[in-house]
Design a binder for this molecule. Structure first.
Ligand code: SF4
Ligand code: SF4
Length: 148
């Protein structure tokens, strides 16, 4: 009976389309809901670290001052939590799987020099403003003390 079953299956398969594809010669079609891999629009990242804190694999790191965001793709399970939690919506789940490699290297994305420069200026301006406000408060307190 088993032989008959396999024989009929083999004959039917002669008339069915192949279940395999010619990838990479032909483009691959990803099924609905396929998770792929994470990409970042780095210039929009504010370095809040929310993605780092929510990642169950500890595969992300962020350096706000250096303007970098790093991922070890070999440790990522493509759960999508980081995409969900990012307040700037600058993380995206992109079709396409991790390409094989000989080393488990980390990939680091760095903000463009223009954005880094603009952020540096903004930080300096905020620091100058805070210092001026502090100096004004100290002067006001000294003035008040002199009046009494
Ligand atoms: S998809 Fe999941 S495992 Fe991958 S970096 Fe984001 S939170 Fe971490
Ligand atoms: S959650 Fe988004 S904005 Fe915050 S550090 Fe991660 S990628 Fe950047």
């Amino acid at each position: 009976m088993a032989v008959l079953k396999y024989a009929s299956e083999a004959i039917l398969n002669l008339f069915r389309p192949p279940v395999t594809t010619s990838y990479p010669a032909a483009p691959i079609e990803y099924p609905d809901g396929a998770r792929g891999h994470i990409e970042i629009t780095i210039d929009e990242c504010i370095g809040c670290g929310m993605c780092v804190r929510c990642c169950p694999c500890g595969t992300l790191s962020v350096d706000r001052n250096a303007g970098t965001w790093s991922i070890n793709r070999f440790d990522c399970i493509a759960c999508g939590y980081c995409v969900e939690k990012c307040p700037k919506k600058c993380l995206h789940m992109i079709e396409g799987y991790q390409t094989p490699d000989a080393a488990k290297g980390e990939v680091t994305y760095t903000k463009s020099p223009e954005v880094l420069e603009a952020e540096r200026k903004k930080r300096e301006e905020a620091a100058a403003k805070a210092a001026a406000a502090k100096a004004a408060a100290v002067a006001k307190a000294a003035e008040k003390a002199a009046e009494n």
